[in-house]
Write a protein that binds this ligand. Sequence first.
Ligand SMILES: O=C(O)[C@H]1O[C@H](OP(=O)(O)OP(=O)(O)OC[C@H]2O[C@@H](n3ccc(=O)[nH]c3=O)[C@H](O)[C@@H]2O)[C@H](O)[C@@H](O)[C@@H]1O
Length: 438
Amino acid sequence: MLTEKNKMRLLEEDELFPSTPGKVKIERAHTINRQFHRCFASTSTTFLWALFLIALTASYLSFQSFVSTSSRFLSSSAWDRQVRTSASPRRPHGLSVLVTGAAGFVGSHCSLALHKRGDGVVGLDNFNSYYDPSLKRARRDLLSRNSILLIDGDLNDHRLLSKLFSLAHFTHVLHLAAQAGVRYAIENPASYVHSNIAGLVSLLEAVKSADPQPAVVWASSSSVYGLNDKSPFSESDRTDRPASLYAATKKAGEEITHTYNHIYGLSITGLRFFTVYGPMGRPDMAYFSFTKAILAGKPITIYRGKDGVDLARDFTYIDDIVRGCLASLDTAGKSTGSGGKKSGPAPYRIFNLGNTSPVTVPTLVSILEKHLKVKAKKKIVEMPGNGDVPFTHANISLAMAELRYKPSTNLEAGLKKFVKWYISYYGRSSRGGRKTNL
Ligand SMILES: O=C(O)[C@H]1O[C@H](OP(=O)(O)OP(=O)(O)OC[C@H]2O[C@@H](n3ccc(=O)[nH]c3=O)[C@H](O)[C@@H]2O)[C@H](O)[C@@H](O)[C@@H]1O
């Protein structure tokens, strides 16, 4: 017999866990159900507590790491001195440049080139794990051996940025930090917004408030041309039809920098890089991942466009890009703002930095086969609809006229240098592990 109290409890439990309407309930089933419900209720409570504790621990840890990162940077006079020394030019009228993304491919090459000619350089990089961070650490070690300070920090860390601009009077910011890669945007769209939109705005806010305001040279991308089929691509061509979220964030960057130019008088130069390759490059890019796979005897996937047309890229060698970046810094006019107001118009420039001679992906593979002396195992598939464009081709007349930009390395010669570096760094039988220092 059920007591009134027990009946009430059962009723309450029934309300909590309603049974399927119309089902006959027998007492034994009900008892089992009740035990199950109790057990479930206690499991779910435990689960919720566990979640709560995990969240609490995670926020504590991230707070601790924020505090320790910030205090490590923000309260040490030794660190202040390091920033000032690294930012100081060693030649008369030299530049003082904050290079974001300095542990990256283009960032590390530019930092070294600037340092070599006597400019002051401070690097900033968040060492994210989009590709193997050990290569980024190796680049940092190389910079460090050249007395270039590279700070592990994120563009979105406002305190860190304002501290940097208060410590050093940077004449220029070379902004190369970004979430790169066209196809990865399908997997992780938020990382593109974090770095290429929020990070960019955070940086521009810091630059706007700096006194004096530096000039900004930054990496846009050939991908902004998107579905443009007028060839070669000129800076005045349509860029309102991006084919990937990556391209859309780079295009947004061009508009965002324009706003800061218009309102605050920041001197802006946007560089549309065309598929940059070379030694110490990005492992996610086709020429790099193909090399690794070919040496390992693994198959490579070659995408092919509609109607069996080969895809083509205006592959551009890193040294040419570095020269274009340095020429952009050297010719950037001054920012005109101070205290949040501009005192006159400042330059806003956009340049293509390409090679002007597109090469198909199968040709890229055959050049690699030749330099590696190994035949590739090729799998040809139709280009997936995940952001790729069929071809790119730069018109570089504007950069030639204003930057004296003149690319001098063709794909054959550039890949030879890349392969030489790859084998010296990883070895021929590598599985991605490094053999020597950079
Ligand atoms: O120029 C640019 O703006 C962009 O250049 C590259 O993007 P992408 O040209 O797609 O370079 P890769 O990823 O190296 O691809 C090169 C070509 O190889 C093809 N590919 C790639 C990977 C693969 O497994 N198979 C394959 O056939 C691609 O479809 C593409 O046609 C960079 O990854 C971007 O960060 C940069 O902004």
